[in-house]
Ligand binder design. Structure first.
Ligand code: TXA
Ligand code: MG
Length: 342
């Protein structure tokens, strides 16, 4: 595939984005979580172009986005009553439900699984795009595979310019971490990826099981959520996640060899703790304990590590309550499970 010119479309140019999608092309668009790279979910050739642009492994299935709740019935064979409760409570919003698929959904979307992941995004531009084309959009996050997900049009541009025809610029996304993925074919429902709708939110409505997959799941096994086995959200720097009460002295100690070699070291820490790290490049996480604000800026901070040319990045762990579960899940992946407990 040769280089193509990537157009930046403004929100009043949604119709141009819709026209490209009708022609079977891919378009990046904003959602309330992160930017997605969309194509007609019912057109296998259009969907193949998503995998090509991202460099995404073929065995990692895509989420299908819909513009109205009744569209789900075209895509899935059955909806358990508990799943219906969740749709009514959390759609449109950052909750993806994995359900048994109908034959209409092409294999390339689901990587050959007999299930399909569906969500209705809560973003005016995404909903207008979906309603205008009339077909569902398969869309993974609009980053090069393995990089942090994009929360600004400029992140998409940095990764995919020359590879896709257009980016619909809707400004910064809201949540900043991806949707929650819930397998509704398991009993009880199984949380595959924590996200914007928290485990606490879900459990207030239905029973949900959750256990982190064993780290480094073998490539030859078929995991329940195929995306989980890949390295994710990773900047170029070597990333370390440091948890516990004595994080600061540990980080200073581990930084020393890098600093002695004249290499730049970064630390992600709460605003109130930045003074603990003289000599390090500080990426402030926001005011202490504000998990919403941290989720919102998380991927921007990870991308900044690259811009700053950091050799190593130390990240202070946060609480795993509420949105913290999604944040720590992403941080563990960014750190490739290099976790230091103090
Ligand atoms: O917030 C989001 O979910 C964003 C926006 C664009 O909607 N999308 C997103 O897509 O994060 P992606 O492709 O980066 O992540 C989709 C996740 C992957 O972990 C994938 O393995 C899982 O959902 N998934 C998709 N279909 C599945 C299925 N049928 N069964 C199990 N897991 C599935
Ligand atoms: Mg992704």
């Amino acid at each position: 595939m040769g280089m193509i010119r990537t157009r930046l479309l403004k929100p009043d140019q949604i119709q141009e984005a819709a026209e490209l999608l009708r022609q079977g092309q891919v378009v990046a668009f904003p959602t309330e979580t992160v930017y997605g790279l969309g194509a007609n979910a019912l057109d296998p050739r259009a969907v193949e172009a998503i995998f090509a642009a991202k460099g995404r492994p073929q065995d990692n299935p895509l989420i299908v986005h819909i513009g109205s709740q009744n569209q789900v019935e075209e895509l899935v064979r059955e909806i358990p009553p508990e799943a219906l409760l969740l749709m009514e409570k959390f759609w449109p919003g950052p909750l993806t439900l994995v359900l048994k698929k109908k034959d209409l959904v092409p294999d390339v979307v689901t990587a050959g699984l007999d299930t399909v992941a569906v969500r209705m995004p809560d973003h005016p531009a995404a909903l207008e795009l979906l309603r205008s084309t009339g077909f569902p959009l398969a869309a993974p996050s609009a980053n090069i595979s393995g990089r942090p997900s994009p929360t600004r049009a400029e992140h998409v541009y940095a990764d995919l310019t020359g590879k896709i025809p257009a980016i619909l610029d809707g400004g910064e996304t809201g949540w900043g971490v991806e949707s929650t993925v819930l397998d509704c074919t398991a009993e009880p429902f199984l949380l595959l990826r924590p996200g914007g709708v928290t485990l606490e939110d879900l459990r207030a409505v239905v029973p949900v099981q959750y256990g982190e997959p064993a780290s480094g799941a073998k490539a030859d096994q078929t995991p329940r959520s195929p995306g989980m086995k890949y390295r994710h959200y990773a900047p170029e720097a070597l990333v370390f996640l440091v948890t516990g009460g004595a994080a600061a002295p540990k980080i200073l100690e581990l930084s020393e060899p890098y600093l002695k070699r004249g290499e730049r070291v970064g630390v992600m820490t709460w605003n109130e703790r930045t003074h603990l790290y003289p000599g390090l490049s500080v990426l402030p996480m926001g005011s202490e304990g504000d998990l919403e604000a941290l989720a919102h800026s998380l991927y921007h901070l990870l991308r900044k590590a690259d811009v700053l040319g950091l050799k190593a990045l130390f990240i202070e762990g946060v609480s795993e309550d509420n949105l913290g579960l999604a944040i720590m899940n992403r941080l563990r992946k960014a750190a490739n499970n290099r976790e230091i407990r103090t």
